[in-house]
Design a binder for this molecule. Structure first.
Ligand code: SF4
Ligand code: SF4
Length: 460
């Protein structure tokens, strides 16, 4: 048996045998980089079958589970031809079955997720369940080619990939990037796609029409000013972005309150800020653990998102079974945050600002880099070292030698040498794709210089 096959079987077996009552350390399994260290140990305990919190969509009366499945991080396995990776369909089926069995009924995908493989895999897994058991969301991801012809082709292809004849939730994907309002007009208005989608809703092929937002206030207000009934809007909302959104992102407090004024349902993306709210600095983990020792750090972020009544569902891209289980528990049922807990999370967000990580959420929209860099892996390694105190500010720092070693050894383990920041040529083809407005080329240059200084043992 080939080694790669053996690994796959081990992982599948692991997914199947993981039952309730498991003591988990996210040190081992969170995200795609299993070597991460963390102080987050928690006892999963029993996973309730029938205690999920549901919210009602005022547009259609849908009873939607507060936990939504984000289908952008399905488990991968090596392709049989040795060329890259494919989605591990058996693992996806197992996760989807478990989610539905435990009350999750909202699945959110897009033509661009998992390098174009998510819709198909999601469709295969869901096809095995009665259609009325789930709500399916997908998107018009016409990022670079927004001709009417291409946009229509993308729309119809989604039905084929997902094997359905209606979509419960359809979104204009990532509204607000690039040139702002002009790009909104180019992608949806001038090519007639928005009018077309409104008619599709009238015809019943789309049950709810909305948009996901990654832009500035002007674009957000513009979208709400259009003469269209929006059934829902998907926004980035978590306790860090509530009042301390970074880059071009808008504070979620503003976004939520504008939607609340109009009674528009809110779908939450990034409740964990791309996993960063589950990978807090050890000091912050200790602070939260004092309050709820047996609960995961991530559960705080999900409770925050779910505590707002207009939130229909909070999406989580759950690659691993223990994350699915932990999130099901958090919302089965939801225990809303008290005023005191909201204050604690605001203090946590303020303290996070003192440990400035790069706001990468591992969405991979910047990939592939034509020069082979693994951009998110580089940024995530950097962030991990910030959180663990392994970014020495000066060669005179007390822990300089230990931090230097941890950064350099971890870097080579997390990112193959040929994919490291030193290979960036500054072509800047990636930056415009980043919804977090990270100046990727500049960050690559900065990290590369930092690495070189560490390697040379230079004073800084
Ligand atoms: S700027 Fe660097 S990271 Fe971005 S696409 Fe070019 S080579 Fe890749
Ligand atoms: S750098 Fe930006 S586009 Fe790339 S993975 Fe991170 S957040 Fe996504």
């Amino acid at each position: 048996m080939k080694k790669e096959n053996r690994n796959n079987i081990n992982r599948r077996s692991f997914l199947k045998v993981l039952g309730s009552g498991v003591f988990v350390s996210t040190a081992v399994f969170y995200g795609c980089k299993p070597e991460r260290k963390s102080a987050d140990h928690y006892n999963i305990g029993e996973v309730p079958l029938d205690k999920m919190t549901y919210r009602t969509n005022p547009s259609t009366g849908d009873k939607v589970s507060l936990l939504g499945y984000g289908c952008m991080r399905w488990p991968l396995m090596p392709a049989p031809d040795g060329n890259g990776e494919i989605i591990d369909q058996e693992a996806v089926n197992t996760l989807v079955d478990y989610a539905i069995e435990h009350g999750v009924n909202y699945f959110d995908t897009a033509p661009v997720y998992c390098q174009g493989m998510s819709e198909k895999a999601t469709g295969i897994a869901l096809k095995r369940h009665p259609r009325e058991k789930f709500f399916l969301a997908t998107k018009l991801s016409n990022f670079s080619n927004y001709t009417r012809e291409n946009s229509l082709a993308m729309y119809y292809q989604s039905f084929k990939e997902l094997q359905v004849d209606y979509l419960d939730y359809y979104l204009l994907h990532s509204v607000g990037g690039g040139s702002g309002i002009q790009l909104v007009n180019d992608r949806y208005i001038d090519n007639g796609m928005l009018d077309f989608l409104v008619k599709e809703r009238e015809a019943g092929r789309i049950r709810n029409l909305g948009w996901s937002f990654h832009g500035d206030v002007d674009v957000f207000d513009y979208m709400l000013s259009l003469d269209v009934k929006w059934d829902f809007v998907q926004i980035q909302m978590n306790y860090a972005d509530w009042r301390h959104a970074q880059g071009r992102n808008v504070n979620a407090e503003y976004l939520y309150k504008e939607l609340e004024k109009r009674n528009i349902s809110v779908v939450i993306m990034e409740p964990l800020l791309g996993g960063r709210l589950s990978r807090l600095n050890d000091h912050l983990v200790a602070l939260l653990k004092q309050r709820r020792p047996d609960k995961s750090v991530a559960s705080w972020a999900f409770r925050f998102a779910g505590s707002f009544p207009l939130v229909l569902t909070a999406l989580s891209g759950m690659t691993y079974m223990e994350h699915l289980q932990d999130n099901i528990i958090t919302y089965s049922p939801l225990e809303p945050c008290s005023e005191e807990e909201f204050e604690l999370l605001e203090e946590t967000a303020q303290m996070m600002l003192k440990y400035p990580t790069i706001p990468c959420n591992d969405c991979k929209y910047c990939m592939p880099c034509p020069y082979g860099l693994d951009i998110p892996a580089i940024l995530l390694h950097y962030n991990r070292c910030v959180n663990e105190g392994n970014i020495p500010k000066s060669s005179q720092d007390e822990n300089y030698r230990q931090a230097r070693r941890a950064f350099l050894i971890g870097y080579d383990r997390s990112v193959p040498k040929l994919r490291q920041a030193s290979h960036c040529v500054g072509c800047d083809q990636c930056t415009s794709h980043c919804p977090q407005s990270i100046q990727i080329a500049k960050e690559m240059a900065r990290i590369d210089k930092f690495v070189e200084d560490l390697k040379q043992g230079r004073e800084f």
